[in-house]
Design a protein around this ligand. Structure first.
Ligand code: SAH
Length: 387
């Protein structure tokens, strides 16, 4: 565990925002709390290694999402939705978000009135700008700004983009995303590149990755490298191994693993992420990795049905965890090792029951603090097939 850092002054928005649920604990306490949570959920399977905390647990988020709205007096505000409501809490700077990204959001907020751009109103469905998403590659320095509009009509987009770039020459790409839906989904399907290449690149564990607006990318790159190293050390991949990277996003884990493996297959639902993953494989000069777009459970069922052979499965499902078709097929495929990365130890515990009852034993548990000051817990579990 790292040294306890000096705690920053408490965030003035902590009660309204609700994003940093653990602010009332100093960082050492937070780590202890997360460790104890993992022990209570997974401790019966194996000893839990001490959680890997951050040395400087601030400004770690490489992605900032700001909602836009108007106050009653007509002032443009941007920030986060107040917990379990649709009221926007104004945020100028946040202690866990990238500071360069926060500054860009504030600039956009200040620019809107002079360009006569109105924030979108979720109740009246009037107005235009719904959200701004900023992503910064911490290694590459590249910055993507995504302007999310409620309709495709953005008449002064050229002038607006030019002014934004004049004020922030560090921005490398600007994307206009159109989200006309009345949903809580941030991004719509249609997008138009207003400046640059429409994606950023970043480096993790020595490999370079292209990340589009709609692709998943881990939000804490410093800890992601430690997470991936932990997972790959546990997987003990050798050059005779065929590896499955399930729920692979833009292919990061599989691509880092491919250097040590015979063959890697990645499976992912999001089409944009799969497109990025294929480019990423070529970008890193790899020929022993392929990606399949589809539901991971369905893919596993097919693979098990056709008598496929897999030596190692690395799985990293979303918060809801995996599903029975996936887990059952995994048991049929019977890889010698499974590394299960999870951002929700409750669903992980549920899924581990199935795997341990189906012939696997847990050989390692390592929590990694990916989300300091929030209640979210990330945990890597290694399983091996019982002889
Ligand atoms: N391993 C990656 C991504 C993990 S996030 C990384 O470290 O960056 C989980 C990923 O699972 C997301 O990219 C999401 O799009 C994908 N996903 C969600 N449901 C899925 C499903 N049913 N089948 C396959 N992929 C799914």
């Amino acid at each position: 565990m790292s040294d306890t850092p000096r705690t920053l002054p408490r965030c003035p928005l902590s009660r309204k925002c609700g994003g940093c649920q653990l602010q009332n604990m100093d960082y050492a306490r937070q780590l202890k709390y997360k460790q104890e949570t993992v022990v209570s959920l997974l401790g019966k399977y194996h000893r839990v290694a001490p959680i890997l905390g951050m040395e400087r647990p601030y400004y770690y988020r490489n992605k900032v999402q700001a909602a836009f709205g108007l106050t009653r007096s007509g002032e443009v505000i941007s920030g986060v939705y107040q917990s379990s409501s649709h009221r926007i809490v104004k945020v100028d700077s946040c202690q866990i978000e990238d500071q360069a990204a926060d500054r860009i959001v504030v600039t956009i907020r200040k620019l809107l009135p002079s360009f006569r751009i109105l924030p979108y109103n979720e109740d009246s469905h009037r107005g235009f700008l719904r959200h701004v998403l900023v992503r910064r590659g911490f290694q590459s320095g590249q910055i993507m700004v995504v302007l999310v509009g409620a309709n495709p009509i953005f008449p002064i987009k050229k002038k607006f983009t030019a002014e934004l770039l004049r004020r922030h020459p560090e921005i490398t790409t600007v994307v206009f995303n159109i989200n006309p839906h009345h949903t809580s989904m941030l991004l719509g399907e249609r997008e138009e590149v207003l400046f640059g290449r429409g994606y950023i690149e970043d480096t993790l564990c020595g490999c370079t990755f292209r990340i589009s607006a709609r692709s998943f990318y881990q939000i804490n790159p410093t800890q992601t490298e430690r997470l991936y190293r932990t997972a790959l050390d546990m997987a003990k991949i050798t050059e005779t191994d065929t590896v499955l990277d399930a729920y692979c996003g833009v292919g990061t884990i599989g691509i880092v693993a491919a250097g040590r493996a015979k063959q890697v297959v990645g499976v992912e639902l999001n089409g944009d992420a799969v497109r990025d993953a294929r480019v990423n494989a070529r970008r890193n000069g790899l020929e022993n990795i392929a990606f399949v777009q589809g539901d991971a459970g369905e893919y596993m069922v097919e693979l098990a049905g056709s008598g496929g052979k897999i030596d190692v499965v690395v799985m990293d499902p979303p918060r809801a965890g995996s599903d029975m078709p996936f887990l059952q097929s995994l048991l049929t495929l019977a890889p010698s090792r499974v590394v299960y990365i999870s951002c929700n130890p409750e669903t992980q515990a549920r899924d581990l029951r199935v795997l341990t009852q189906g012939g696997y034993r847990v050989t390692g548990i390592q929590p990694v603090d990916m989300f300091p000051h929030t209640q979210h817990i990330e945990c890597v579990v290694c399983l091996e097939k019982r002889a």
